[in-house]
Design a protein around this ligand. Structure first.
Ligand SMILES: Cc1ncc(COP(=O)(O)O)c(C=O)c1O
Length: 397
């Protein structure tokens, strides 16, 4: 992992382990207790009226949530963090905290598909129009898309399916100049490998479901804002009543404590497998920004301090049956949505039906892999057997 320091000049690994824990308040126990609760009792009417208490009501926070929020705020160098019940809810909240009726937002064409669905089905009826932009568009091109009523620029880098590297400092410079909030879904890199607020973004969004939790057993979202947008974010979160399960929050903060160690392993194993897949005749291209062959490698190298376990492949041309033969009988790669857990996953994808500003040119079927914490040799052997099935079912080489 990177030895990059955070603002408090601790290493990021130390921050992951230490931050947000107030063990003196837990009677010396290492972890916070799980506070299940709605009602908070006040000692007397005067206190009730003054509301001068640390916690007012379950939906508004408790010590379990605070442990995770404080740690994430420190990790991203923000002014504050709120938690939501899923990553998609975190994305929706980030938008809702900055948009107003009859506004306009700019969204990178390669974002997580449900982000587009939110824009197209929730923002649109409010009169808020979305322009999808090519994540590789040069600054001048992006500038021309800004309107008087543009209220947000939203992006991922890399895109979590096709892995284009958007130039975050260039995009946030444009957003900052025009005083438009820049929101980044940074789930792929985590604050350990890229820190959006340090690169000019105003809000960093995470699906805590992925690497924060790390065990595929929770649904969680987190949103961290800089000082400029923290009040708007916090107010919107409170007004929308976005409470999350204390058990999932607890598991999120527990997962966080080992995130740096897990990510080191995800990174190393994914890079090794990606490099090996590049040599395979069945694979046309490997879409992993950490590879020298990736068109966005220079940007990744300039701005990021590591890479996670998620990347994609474009296969040689081949029929659907060959994809099924490859993926159906993998022993260690599960077939399922999501990623960021300790286990390996594979999923075929086709984004041609919904991208509007760009066309993903794939010479063959596309497959996304999440490399888990299993032994690399076993994962390679599993994929090798799958590639043999691909060939036997008519897949190209
Ligand atoms: C990049 C990205 N952002 C956000 C989400 C949404 O997270 P959740 O499933 O917790 O709603 C996902 C889920 O796959 C994702 O891949």
């Amino acid at each position: 992992m990177s030895d990059k320091k955070n603002s408090a000049e601790k290493g990021l690994g130390t921050t992951v382990v230490r931050s947000g824990r107030k063990t003196e308040e837990y009677f010396g126990f290492v972890n916070p207790p799980v506070y299940h609760g709605s009602t908070v009792l006040y000692p007397d009417v005067a206190t009730l009226k003054s509301r001068k208490v640390r916690y007012t009501y379950g939906r508004r926070g408790n010590p379990t949530a605070e442990a995770l929020e404080d740690a994430l705020t420190e990790l991203d160098g923000g002014a504050g963090t709120v938690l939501t019940s899923s990553g998609l809810a975190a994305i929706a909240l980030a938008f809702m905290s900055v948009v107003r009726a009859n506004g306009h937002v700019l969204v990178a064409d390669n974002v997580y598909h449900p982000t587009r669905h939110f824009c197209d089905t929730v923002l649109k009826p409010l009169g808020i129009e979305t322009t999808y932009f090519d994540p590789l568009l040069a600054s001048d091109g992006l500038k021309t898309l800004i309107r008087d009523n543009t209220q947000a620029i939203f992006f991922e880098s890399p895109g979590s399916q096709t892995f284009e590297m958007l130039d975050v400092p260039a995009v946030t410079a444009i957003a900052n100049d025009a005083d438009i909030p820049a929101i980044m879904d940074n789930t792929w890199a985590t604050p350990l490998f890229f820190r959006p607020l340090e690169h000019g973004a105003d809000i960093a969004v995470y699906a805590g479901t992925k690497y924060t939790g790390g065990h595929s057993d929770i649904m969680l979202g987190t949103v961290t804002a800089n000082a400029k947008l923290w009040k708007d974010l916090h107010n919107t979160w409170g007004s929308m009543g976005l409470a999350s399960s204390p058990d999932d929050i607890y598991l999120g903060q527990r997962g966080l404590r080992t995130m740096h160690v897990r990510l080191d392993r995800h990174m190393a194993s994914a890079l090794e497998i990606a490099r090996w897949l590049e040599t395979r005749p069945e694979v046309s291209r490997v879409l992993h920004p950490g590879l020298e062959s990736h068109p966005g490698h220079a940007i990744w190298k300039r701005d990021f301090t590591g890479s996670s376990g998620l990347f994609s492949l474009v296969m040689q041309p081949g029929p659907d049956e060959a994809v099924a033969a490859f993926l159906d009988h993998l022993a260690y790669f599960g077939l399922g949505y999501s990623w960021g857990g300790y286990e390996s996953l594979a999923i075929p994808f086709d984004c041609s039906s919904y991208r509007t500003a760009t066309k993903f040119e794939a010479e063959g079927p596309a497959i996304r892999l999440h490399i888990g914490l299993e032994d690399v040799a076993d994962l390679k052997a599993d994929l090798e057997a799958g590639l043999e099935r691909w060939r036997n079912a008519g897949g190209g080489v």
